[in-house]
Ligand binder design. Structure first.
Ligand SMILES: Nc1ncnc2c1ncn2[C@@H]1O[C@H](COP(=O)(O)OP(=O)(O)O)[C@@H](O)[C@H]1O
Ligand SMILES: [Mg+2]
Length: 288
């Protein structure tokens, strides 16, 4: 440790800075209200760098509002939110611009511009962020992102209405990846997909996270997704994040909602399917 570092360590600063470096998102004491409806009350959550964090909770518990608060689209009533060590809550809306290219968002429902082709949709954030970019380079980057998201290159010239549900999600993902983000927000990306389409999207998410070193904030209802690709899961209930951890850790918490969710018929089916897949990968007696 250098002298400067040890000095900072004694003052506690070094520790704080490292803490923030390892945690791209830190939410503390978040309060969100709409009229007399309180959505979040003293909610705290820390996201680890490089993880896929699954965010679950009943419908209307404020998962999307939490995501919108983190990316500065929803001004909370109270609390602190830091992304990459910079305060979102204290910043003027314009100040977030410098951070906005470091995250990508796939909104619930996809939200592609229907009058633009898939390629043009991907070009939107590129043009916003690099107004002077050459058209040829713009097209090339957009096509590259389309292919990276598992779509055929020809899909770049199609309109959203010409795509299947799964392809639309991939197009939305391509747009979210346009600016090479470090942090990816996915709001219910597999909702409405059939199980095979959903499993493929999960695999793509995992592959991209591993190859690009992404941190992923993944809102989902999909138990298979939680078992297959999430490193940790955060549970929203009673206006707070009531627990965060691996699924085995969550199962030890004894909270009725968590118990019902993971031990209900669908939770058990997802767990059994995961166990079956693992047994097929490593048959008993193999390598003995
Ligand atoms: N802009 C808004 N104005 C008023 N109420 C809102 C707004 N956005 C969300 N809500 C309410 O906040 C609650 C949480 O919404 P949301 O975060 O979308 O839930 P979910 O967990 O299903 O994503 C819901 O009751 C919703 O109606
Ligand atoms: Mg939502």
């Amino acid at each position: 440790m250098s002298e400067e570092e040890s000095e900072r360590e004694t003052k506690g600063l070094g520790r704080y800075e490292r803490f923030r470096g390892d945690h791209p998102i830190v939410v503390e004491g978040l309060v969100n209200r709409f009229g007399d409806q309180t959505i979040h009350e003293d909610l705290s959550l820390t996201v680890n760098r490089g993880e896929i964090l699954g965010v679950v909770g009943g419908s209307g518990t404020g998962k999307s509002v939490l995501m919108r608060s983190i990316i500065g689209l929803q001004t909370p009533n109270a609390g602190q939110i830091e992304v990459f060590g910079r305060s979102i809550t204290d910043a003027e809306p314009d100040e977030n611009l410098g951070l906005r290219n470091r995250w990508g968002v796939l909104f619930q429902g996809g939200a592609l511009f229907s009058t633009l082709t898939v390629g043009e949709n991907v070009e939107v954030p590129l043009k916003q962020f690099y107004p002077d970019i050459q058209p040829q380079l713009l097209h090339e980057i957009a096509r590259y992102k389309v292919v990276m998201s598992g779509l055929p290159e020809e899909a770049a010239s199609k309109y959203p209405s010409e795509l299947s549900g799964g392809m639309k999600k991939r197009a939305g993902l391509a747009r979210a990846l346009a600016l090479d983000p470090e942090l990816l927000f996915l709001d219910e990306p597999t909702a409405g997909l059939d199980p095979i389409g959903a499993a493929k999207f999960d695999r793509l998410t995992r592959e991209l996270q591993q190859t690009l070193g992404l941190t992923v904030f993944l809102i989902t209802h999909d138990l298979d997704t939680l078992y297959e690709i999430c490193d940790r899961v955060a549970v929203l209930a009673d206006r707070q994040v009531i627990a965060v951890g691996t699924i085995p850790e969550l199962l030890e918490t004894d909270h009725p909602w968590i118990d019902e969710y993971f031990n209900g018929p669908r939770g058990r089916a997802a767990r059994e399917s995961k166990t079956r897949a693992e047994t097929m990968d490593n048959p008993p007696g193999d390598g003995a």
